[in-house]
Design a protein around this ligand. Structure first.
Ligand code: TEU
Length: 553
């Protein structure tokens, strides 16, 4: 096994801000840039190093900003360029870098480039993926990831255009060097503002095939995922904009370990790390997001093992995460958010924060925020959720069944406002929030948890501190262990003569002492119970227990 390469970001932690739900400074019910600046001390106290901020660029907001109409202008909904410059400066004073979200696979159909294409300008039509045809025949049978076909007919042009996501999000043609040059200019513009990192939205979808054909095996993704020129395009973008060595991360949809090694091994000069989502599909029945099943922890463990050990062997670097603005809240998804809410939240955090890679904390996760608990379709805001509500009804599900599915799977679960305080607006706004606030904000909130040394927030703060104080976590190798229960994830980190054993139980009863002899000579580094339950030199894990034991070998 190749020795693991220490990443430039091994001891760093990234905090993701879903801007419209983070903190509202002007009372319009939507989070904004000044709202982030107001909470910088909270973030500095947590110990994070970068803030990934979801798109705040000019947008019609059909996909909450992931439909960009001007990459170099800030939508007034979120503030001004002066607000951003102040945020970058104030964050810098606290040792925090700003990471922006670059949505380069597609633009909004409101973008000037697309408007010119619609007006008949063929140079701008070549910025996108248009195909001549007739209204009755789709160019391919590919499906949009938001439901429905991936092509839209434009009668005035007699052409179709490709949209892998919403109809208002037209895919860019990366084969066109003018498109690549335009996007390089975007990176240079924000880099010049003092931005310290970039997240690249679904960047492994940017390279489309030379010819478009029907997919008789699936929804078309096999033709455009990790496409033929994707590594070439990324190398060019990074080299021409000088972002090699910065905090860069690619969101990689339906990708592979081999590709993620190429995307993130420093010798490839592409990105610093990658997000993959395989571990967040272990509760997809038959691989379908909208078919419910309990999470398969044995599969979860296998996926973590394959990705952690595989990326280490290839010198790749994983972004470590349980959630983001597209995923349900992990505490409601992978554990018991009622009887063992705190233990579940802290177990999940321990499980990934001590792995090899760079951890991401999604806003509110550090508080143990739960799923939204919505009970009416009128409470939902997300375009994907609304589309699939209709699709589920069309498939014959009752409104109650469809709402049960949304309650578990909707992206809105993670888009409710951050719960800052127990008041009726959760301290998020003085106005009317754009989306509902779960009732549990009266107990799950920053005001209560920052003051409590035994809170989930304080536990996260200790985990972040460990990554900075223990080189073993940032730089060590990783090896997964076999344990009797398929509800327990166990791995060891090693560096030199130091070893860290990490155990995480995803159940109420892990079945007595684990078959992992630990003996007596260890130090308990962190855990979500006050002690270690030992018997005959072996550990017994309590409900949703996690702990880390350090050995000097
Ligand atoms: O997400 C892409 C993505 O993989 C998820 O949106 C997923 O496909 C979707 O939730 C269906 O399960 C990125 C952004 O994170 C997301 O918010 C945007 O909606 C999407 O791209 C389009 O830009």
């Amino acid at each position: 096994m190749e020795s693991s390469q220490e990443s430039r970001l091994g001891d760093k932690v990234v905090y993701q801000i879903y801007l419209r739900s983070f903190n509202d400074s002007n009372g319009d019910g939507v989070g904004d840039i000044r709202g982030i600046t107001q909470r910088l001390d909270y973030l500095a106290d947590l110990g994070v190093d970068y803030l990934w901020i979801t798109p705040f660029f000019v947008s019609p907001q059909n996909d909450n900003g992931y439909d960009v109409a001007d990459y170099q202008a800030i939508d007034p909904l979120f503030g001004t360029m002066g607000d951003l410059e102040e945020l970058i400066s104030e964050a810098g004073k606290r040792g925090i870098g700003i990471m922006l979200d670059m949505v380069f696979n597609h633009t909004s159909t409101s973008h000037e480039w697309f408007r010119r294409a619609l007006a008949g300008d063929e140079a701008y039509q070549d910025y996108y993926i248009f195909r001549e045809g007739d209204a009755g025949h789709l160019p391919t049978n590919w499906a949009s990831k938001f439901g429905g076909p991936a092509w839209e007919w434009v009668p005035s042009l007699g052409k179709w255009y490709l949209h892998l996501f919403d109809v208002s999000q037209a895919d860019l043609n990366w084969e066109n060097p003018k498109v690549r040059e335009e996007l390089e200019d975007v990176i240079r513009f924000w880099k010049g503002k003092g931005v310290k990192g970039f997240r690249f939205d679904v960047v492994n979808l940017i390279s489309k095939p030379a010819a478009f054909e029907d997919d008789d095996e699936g929804d078309g993704r096999r033709f455009y995922t990790d496409g033929r020129h994707v590594h070439e395009f990324l190398k060019e973008l990074v080299a021409k904009t000088g972002i090699d060595g910065m905090a860069t991360v690619g969101e990689m949809s339906s990708t592979s370990i081999d590709n993620c090694i190429r995307y993130s091994n420093p010798s490839e000069h592409e990105l610093a790390m990658t997000f993959n989502f395989h571990h967040l599909k272990v509760d997809y029945k038959d691989g379908e997001k909208w078919e419910l099943m309990d999470p398969d922890i044995a599969s979860l463990r296998r996926l973590f093992r394959n990705w952690q050990e595989g990326m280490e062997a290839g010198g790749g670097w994983n972004a470590l995460f349980w959630s983001n603005h597209d995923q349900p809240r992990p505490v409601s998804r992978f554990g018991d958010d009622t009887r063992y809410w705190r233990q579940t939240a802290e177990m999940l955090a321990t499980c990934i924060h001590l792995m090899r890679g760079t951890p991401y904390i999604y806003q509110g996760e550090e508080l143990g925020m739960t799923n939204a608990g919505f009970s009416s379709i009128d409470e939902y805001r997300d375009v994907e959720s609304k589309n699939y509500y209709r699709i589920l009804l069309d498939q014959g599900k009752t409104p109650e069944e469809a709402l049960e599915t949304l309650a578990a799977r909707s992206r809105d679960n993670s888009r409710t406002p951050v719960q800052w305080a127990p008041d009726d607006k959760a301290g998020f706004t003085t106005g009317t929030p754009w989306i509902g606030i779960p009732d549990n904000h009266v107990t799950i909130n920053a005001e209560a948890e920052v003051a409590d040394p035994d809170s989930v927030w304080s536990y996260y703060r200790r985990l972040v501190g460990l990554r900075k104080s223990m080189p073993l976590i940032a730089e060590g190798d990783i090896r997964f262990l076999d344990v009797a229960s398929d509800k327990v994830i166990a791995y060891e980190r090693t560096l030199g003569d130091e070893r860290l054993l990490v155990l995480a139980s995803f159940c109420e009863d892990a079945g007595g002492p684990l078959p992992i002899p630990v003996g007596e000579g260890f130090e308990r580094v962190i855990g979500n119970y006050p002690d270690v339950l030992m018997g005959e030199g072996r550990v017994t894990l309590r409900p949703y227990e996690a702990l880390a034991l350090r050995f000097a070998v």
